[in-house]
Design a protein around this ligand. Structure first.
Ligand SMILES: [Ca+2]
Length: 401
């Protein structure tokens, strides 16, 4: 392909080279068009940032509000009211734009043990807390705050970049993301340090204990026994701010959306022990620092887009539902600021098609800022949107048959 372009005029070649590395996100795709519709037309929530179904066969869908509540959505899609499962708004986790009650994960044996996990911000000192809780023994639709057990705290030098997805993997371990600590340019180079929580994805075992820790460290974590001060919880590093990540429920691959800084937003497939490049790299490109060259292999993303399309990656899911047959096996993600939805199709370990799947209608007021995706037990996806400063709505995608 490159050879044939070389025969064309010189100026065209220059233009091609300038755009070559970002062409993938802007190349027209053959994905069948989708439309976006309200999943709960009568329901308005506040800053919705996570949605998942309890893995207990109850059919209950839980929604996390950044301000500090977890809601159970109405069974009737035309319902107007959600019930409150957990409320920690009095602890004021939402102190700034990226802080709050940020994540929820149910224990794989939630049905029998009633355990679930949350990740939320507190101040003085500024930190994120990862805690285990249980449902109320007399009311399965209420959390029992008295059962809260602190697993760990991630200190935060700045308010932004909290990472903060919690997920149980196919191996039964709890994975969570921690941002690089915030500010800009990763001023403490946390992403490349194996001695800090920050700029990482971690893996812990909530069912065991390692020495005096309130959780276990799986023995096959990649940095176990790798030296004084190395955090043995680390699963992967060189990440800036993995705000949302998910496991492909069919393949078990971990897909992470990593928020970029100046130019590029990226999607990574996370491998055990992998270094994803930040702050040496941003997307597929060198990032302007005076850092020495990396002495280990840096793993490139599988997808990126640039500032023409948006500037804050919201990671999503590999679609495994039934409603959108042409998208089965395709990863969907979005940009928070523009509301664009992207699709990445990967076959036999290679991306075969990627780009914009859906663009919000022109002139939309308020804008639809896509803060997160959610997935139910059937693999159907939900899109969590901020409309204006506070109001949130829950959308779904549809395709014409
Ligand atoms: Ca990277």
């Amino acid at each position: 392909m490159r050879l044939s372009y070389c025969l064309r005029p010189y100026l065209f070649l220059l233009a091609l080279l300038a755009s070559a590395l970002v062409a993938s996100a802007q190349t027209p795709t053959n994905f069948a068009p989708v439309t976006m519709k309200l999943a709960y037309p009568e329901l308005t929530v506040q800053r919705p940032i996570w949605l998942c179904e309890a893995p207990d066969g109850s059919g209950r869908i839980f929604l996390v509000e950044q301000g500090g509540k977890i809601l159970i959505l109405p069974r009737d899609r035309s319902g107007k009211e959600a019930s409150v499962f957990l409320d920690i708004t009095d602890r004021k986790p939402y102190a700034s734009n990226e802080e709050g009650l940020l994540a929820l994960a149910f224990h794989p044996q939630f049905k029998s043990n009633g355990k679930f996990y949350i990740f939320y911000t507190q101040q003085n000192p500024r930190r994120n807390r990862l805690c285990e809780l249980q449902v109320d023994k007399t009311d399965k639709n209420r959390a029992d705050l008295s059962t809260e057990r602190l697993l760990l705290e991630v200190p935060k030098p700045y308010p932004n970049h909290n990472g903060s997805t919690l997920l149980f993997g196919p191996d039964g371990y709890l994975y969570f993301s921690a941002g690089d600590g915030g500010s800009g340019n990763d001023p403490h180079n946390n992403g490349q340090s194996l001695k800090t929580w920050l700029g990482k994805i971690h893996r812990i075992d909530v069912d065991t204990r390692t020495s005096d820790l309130p959780y276990g460290i799986p023995k096959d974590n990649p940095f176990v026994g790798k030296g004084e001060g190395v955090r043995e919880e680390i699963w992967a590093y060189g990440l800036r701010n993995v705000w949302r990540m998910s496991f492909d429920r069919q393949t078990g691959e971990l897909w992470a959306g990593d928020v970029g800084q100046n130019k590029f937003e990226e999607v990574d497939i996370i491998e055990k022990g992998g270094n994803y490049g930040w702050r040496i790299r941003e997307g597929f490109h060198a990032f302007a620092t005076n850092d020495p060259p990396a002495t280990v292999k840096l793993i490139d993303p599988v997808f990126e887009y640039d500032r023409k399309l948006g500037n804050s990656m919201t990671g999503g899911f590999v679609y495994r539902g039934k409603r959108l047959p042409s998208l089965v096996g395709t990863y969907l993600c979005a940009d928070f600021t523009t509301g664009r939805i992207f699709a990445v199709k990967r076959e036999n370990g290679k991306v075969t098609q990627s780009g914009v799947l859906f663009t919000q209608p022109k002139g939309l007021i308020p804008l639809r800022n896509i803060a997160s995706f959610g997935e139910d037990a059937k693999g159907e996806l939900y899109i969590l949107v901020f409309e204006g400063a506070a109001n949130g709505r829950i959308y779904e995608l549809f395709q014409e048959p």
